[in-house]
Unconditional design. Structure first.
Length: 327
């Protein structure tokens, strides 16, 4: 893995949306929307990447936030950005106002639908998310509700209630987690989600309406989550630790990688003093509110590199047309 590539943010970046299409499906009687970005000149469908937004966002915002609307298709991937119901994903229970809502069925139907209409391959499939989207993605993969080749988590780890029910993830899959140690919303070491002051009280009330039960807002620490996945993948040893090359006036990044021959790897990128955001993406709120978002680490590049390596592992061929972007 080339650490220089990991530390090169995409300069034009998150503002480009490319040819993003809005589409709809009806799942259990509930209309659901998603945004689709796909290679325009590909001779065959690309592998599918599903990207889940955080609480209060939309799929379109996530496409802009990450730069994946352009960088994904340019790399040979079909990228779907589904919209959560009223901006939220529901790992435990459907919301009070929409008891028929089924987010897991939405994701699985979306994948099979995109294969059926010829815009994505059936395999491999990658799942990524940030914040509430990352917590939901980890829950889905942990319980084997959507078979995925790779799982990519940013500013989100696992939910304690989900881990309690399923201590050892059912899937064997490659996992990458990117977390800041000073994230005020999702604590690196685990514990209750950060919901402080009046905004936090309003958010707690809102999440109860979205089906959140008492104790449902407690997260697992980043290193414990990665350790769970390493164990599920058959890796018995501890991680190899390396500090990525520093950059002036930026946050230090340490990588921890769990690996063993014949096993799918697990990687954790620990951003010292990092906050709640997508590294290489925008500082969407002031650092005093969400902490600093690293511009030194390219999370989108890491995700594309993982997809490239795992596609080669699954199919025997690489997909990315990177021009040196990721190595």
């Amino acid at each position: 893995m080339d650490s220089r590539a990991e530390l090169q943010p995409w300069k034009p970046g998150w503002q480009e949306l490319g040819q993003l299409e809005r589409r709809e499906l009806t799942i259990s009687g509930v209309p659901r929307s998603y945004w689709l970005a796909r290679p325009q000149r590909a001779s065959s469908p690309g592998p599918l990447l599903i990207v889940l937004h955080g609480s209060g966002m939309t799929g379109k915002a996530m496409a802009k936030f990450t730069g994946l609307a352009t960088r994904g298709p340019a790399a040979g991937l079909t990228v779907a950005f589904p919209d959560g119901w009223k901006g939220v994903w529901h790992p435990a229970h459907p919301p009070v106002d929409e008891p028929s809502l089924d987010d897991v069925l939405f994701l699985s139907t979306l994948g099979s639908h995109l294969e059926a209409i010829g815009v994505a391959q059936a395999w491999p499939v990658f799942l990524a998310g940030i914040s509430n989207g990352a917590l939901f993605a980890e829950h889905v993969a942990r319980h084997g509700l959507l078979p995925v080749t790779g799982l990519f988590l940013v500013a989100g780890t696992g939910l304690e209630f989900s881990r309690r029910v399923m201590p050892r993830p059912l899937l064997r899959t490659t996992v990458t987690c990117v977390m800041g140690t000073s994230d005020p919303s999702v604590p690196y070491q685990g514990g209750p989600l950060g919901r402080r002051g009046v905004p936090g009280a309003l958010l707690r009330r809102r999440m109860v309406k979205h089906g959140e039960l008492p104790g449902g807002a407690i997260v697992v620490g980043a290193e414990q989550t990665c350790g769970d996945w390493a164990y599920a993948n058959g890796i018995m040893g501890g991680p190899a630790i390396a500090e990525l090359p520093p950059a002036p006036e930026n946050l230090t990044v340490t990588s921890k990688t769990w690996s063993a021959p014949g096993c799918r790897p697990v990687a954790l990128y620990r951003i010292e003093g990092g906050g709640h955001g997508w590294p290489g993406g925008p500082q969407f709120l002031p650092p005093r509110v969400i902490g600093p978002v690293s511009q030194h680490l390219d999370a989108t590049g890491l995700l594309l590199g993982m997809a490239d390596r795992e596609t080669a592992r699954a199919t025997g061929r690489r997909i990315l047309q990177r021009g040196g972007e990721v190595n």
